[in-house]
Design a protein around this ligand. Structure first.
Ligand code: TXD
Length: 325
């Protein structure tokens, strides 16, 4: 069985095996790759849901037929019906559209908001109290919407972005320093967008703060490349966006929840006064375990870092205002 990337010192390889049922909404690039990762790491049974008829069924059958070779006995169902998602422990929402030429961010916001509302309403009919992980963009706003639309406690709703952004930053640092990725712990907070807040002071190489090993101008280049990380991949692919690193990042969050690991990860979590912010989902370090987001970890940010985080919060709040809740 493949050992999972744990992000430097975040812990030993995952324990495998659980009785959990995970539903993944959206059988597209991120959703289907995540299903493969969950199954092939023997983490849980999977239900894959999509609106397009045949796609989740076909991908599920293909994944099932890989099981004898990859060596797991997990169940995978592909469906267009929510009945099959009944009593899910964890639901990952990847359903949505990506921006196409000529579409504004507001257009995308409106269209994905409609999808999230519909998906969440259907999930809640069949699973009373799942932990919801939102992946759909614009991430922090869609996570807020899922929280509002589900009626779940804020602790049980979380967005994935910071793990991915930190993993991108760690990749670039490892390449620049010529060191193993496993020694790097990167930390990126804020919104998953242009205002994201990579934190070099809280990024370490085996405990050594990044500024000890890298010059400021090189750090700045890496910070900027991290911010543009998604766009760089879109520019290569032309159609579609990143999915290998995003699905790996969701998997790390799923594993923390399924095995109640209390892993501290940067995630989009509900803030209620932490960092001087309130009533929004934003990227912050948090303890992730069996109950969901079990604690938001507060770092002592300097003035510039605090201002960057607040700029990020402002951008998210503007998006939330556009939701017309
Ligand atoms: O860091 C992050 N959070 C992100 C987010 C990293 C990567 C991708 N990011 C966003 O995730 C991306 O901007 C999209 O909003 C989602 C999903 O990305 P993916 O690359 O998987 O998109 P696809 O391949 O287009 O898949 C989306 C699927 C597709 O199969 C649609 O048919 C389906 O979603 N879809 C639906 N499924 C169920 N129910 C509804 N209503 C629905 N609408 C579309």
């Amino acid at each position: 069985m493949v050992a999972l990337y744990q992000g430097g010192h975040r812990g030993p390889p995952l324990q495998q095996g659980s009785n959990m049922k995970i539903t993944i909404i959206g059988a597209g690039q991120v959703g289907a790759t995540l299903a493969q990762r969950v199954l092939e790491n023997d983490l849980a049974d999977v239900v894959l849901v999509d609106v397009v008829e045949g796609v989740p069924q076909g991908k599920a059958l293909d994944l099932a037929q890989a099981a004898p070779v990859t060596g797991h006995d997990r169940k995978i169902i592909g469906t267009n019906q929510y009945q099959e998602t009944k009593n899910s422990d964890v639901v990952v929402i990847t359903a949505g559209l990506a921006r196409k030429p000529g579409m504004t961010r507001e257009d995308l916001l409106g269209m994905n908001a409609k999808i999230i509302r519909d998906v969440v309403e259907n999930i809640m009919k069949f699973s009373p109290s799942p932990i919801m992980i939102v992946v759909t963009n614009p991430l922090d706003i869609m996570t807020y919407l899922a929280y509002k639309a589900s009626g779940l406690p804020a602790q049980r709703v979380v967005g994935m972005a910071g793990v991915l952004d930190s993993s991108r930053m760690a990749t670039f640092i490892a390449q620049a320093l010529g060191v193993s990725v496993s020694t790097i712990q990167a930390m990126v907070l804020g919104s998953h967008g242009e205002t994201m807040v990579p934190l070099p002071r809280f990024t370490t190489i085996s405990g050594i703060p990044l500024p000890e090993l890298m010059k400021p101008d090189q750090i700045e280049k890496i910070v900027q490349r991290t911010r543009d990380g998604g766009a760089e991949i879109v520019a290569h692919l032309k159609t579609g966006s990143a999915f290998y690193a995003p699905s790996a990042s969701v998997l790390q969050m799923v594993a923390a929840i399924v095995h109640d690991k209390k892993t501290v990860l940067p995630v989009s979590a509900f803030v209620q006064g932490e960092y001087g912010l309130r009533d929004l989902f934003i990227g912050v370090p948090a303890k992730l375990g069996g109950k969901g987001v079990e604690q938001v970890v507060e770092l002592s940010l300097n003035q510039a870092e605090k201002e960057a985080l607040h700029r990020s919060a402002k951008a998210i709040q503007e998006g939330i205002a556009g939701l017309r809740l």
